[in-house]
Design a protein around this ligand. Structure first.
Ligand SMILES: NC(=O)c1ccc[n+]([C@@H]2O[C@H](COP(=O)([O-])OP(=O)(O)OC[C@H]3O[C@@H](n4cnc5c(N)ncnc54)[C@H](O)[C@@H]3O)[C@@H](O)[C@H]2O)c1
Length: 352
């Protein structure tokens, strides 16, 4: 068992500053040893603000000059895998933000390489660490819902298109589906036991595109240069019907911006022949003593990001497998790519 874990963070933008850096600084037995960002001023500023001993502008320099056990990659989606390859080459364990990457072939190559190098690969999926989601998973795993046949998973923002590189396909790999659809799909797919897909019918649309609406704030990249031309060539709406080999059908709906109600958060509904569930608020539907019942488990909320990072550190220390390993990240990316492909072709696609 290792005690002090030396970690570096690459891409110290919005999510790294709000989540990864404070959680790493607060974690016991962890040393945030270095940060790296293409923006040198930002790297310097963050290293001073959070008292990080070293800062760099490239991953290569960081891996060369800093003694790291692990790295957390928080850069734009298209750069995750190229950086992760360099880390794995140095036998540095990898946590990458979602989605795992933007290209399936690239991800396959990385997963083989990481395995050869005995490097741990975890993908950031904080919703799996939510207390309500974990309680729901426990119900599902012990068969409470019987034969599950249908799952609905949805997240609509009325207006919530992020600003920056997120809308540029070359940097992000896709739009709302890749950015928030990945959370919704991963959570639903995990809750129903990660079944294998048989076919997908998908539709993605650039519905509203660039818009100017007052009184709306949305997530914003900290790097104003990355998409300064404000390229918008991605979807802001995506929907799909996924049929799994075990007979379950999953309906997915996601939007950065839509002319309809705003959802408070991810909405999931599970329907089985013995019971069902809604998230959130977490509700369990069943029949007891010949009566219909609906109950709301009582629990204390947790801090999913903190627990996610704590889990990564635990996996490094113990050598155990992460709750969301690279294989899961790959499977979810395969489903997302299937939705785009089906939408482009205008028909259902089938997996062999
Ligand atoms: N888990 C979540 O809920 C969640 C939430 C937000 C963002 N994210 C993910 O986190 C990642 C970063 O998102 P963000 O909102 O922080 O974006 P951001 O643009 O604010 O931060 C990215 C940072 O990476 C830097 N960068 C770009 N290319 C680089 C490179 N090659 N090497 C080093 N640094 C580089 C940029 O200068 C910037 O500071 C994305 O993959 C996004 O999908 C996850």
């Amino acid at each position: 068992m290792k005690n002090d874990v030396n970690i570096g963070v690459i891409g110290i933008g919005s999510i790294a500053e709000t989540s990864h850096i404070p959680n790493l600084k607060a974690a016991v037995g962890v040393r945030l040893a270095a940060v790296a960002d293409v923006d040198l001023d930002r790297a310097r500023e963050i290293s001073q603000k959070y008292e990080v001993p070293q800062f760099f502008t490239t991953a290569e320099e960081m891996f060369e000059k800093s003694q790291l056990d692990a790295v957390m990659i928080c850069t734009p989606n298209g750069t995750h895998i190229p950086i992760a390859m360099k880390a794995a080459d140095k036998r540095i364990h990898v946590f990458m933000e979602k989605p795992i990457g933007t290209d399936l072939k690239e991800v396959e190559k990385y997963l083989r390489f990481a395995k050869d190098k005995n490097v741990l690969t975890m993908v950031g999926m904080p919703h799996r660490f939510r207390r309500d989601a974990q309680i729901l998973k426990a119900y599902a795993s012990k068969g409470t819902f019987g034969n599950v046949y249908y799952v609905k998973a949805k997240l609509f923002r009325r207006r919530g298109t992020p600003k920056g590189w997120f809308t540029n396909k070359a940097l992000a790999g896709g739009g709302a589906l890749m950015d928030i659809g990945v959370h919704v799909l991963d959570l639903a797919w995990w809750l129903i036991g990660k079944p294998e897909a048989r076919s997908i019918t998908g539709k993605t649309v650039t519905g509203l595109g660039n818009y100017e609406t007052n009184y709306v704030s949305s997530w914003e990249s900290s790097n104003k240069q990355l998409n300064s031309a404000r390229v918008f060539d991605v979807d802001d709406f995506g929907a799909a019907w996924i049929r799994f080999r075990n007979g379950v059908v999953l309906s997915l709906e996601t939007a950065w911006a839509v002319n309809g109600e705003q959802d408070e958060g991810i909405e999931i509904e599970i329907f089985g022949d013995k019971g069902g569930a809604v998230l959130s608020p977490l509700s369990i539907f069943s029949e007891e003593e010949g009566l219909l019942s609906k109950h709301h488990p009582v629990f204390e909320k947790n801090e999913p990001f903190k627990d996610e990072i704590g889990h990564f550190i635990h996996c490094i220390r113990t050598g155990s497998s992460p709750l969301i390993d690279g294989e899961d990240g790959y499977e979810v990316l395969k489903l997302l790519m299937g939705i785009y492909e089906s939408s482009n072709l205008g028909k259902e696609i089938c997996f062999n």
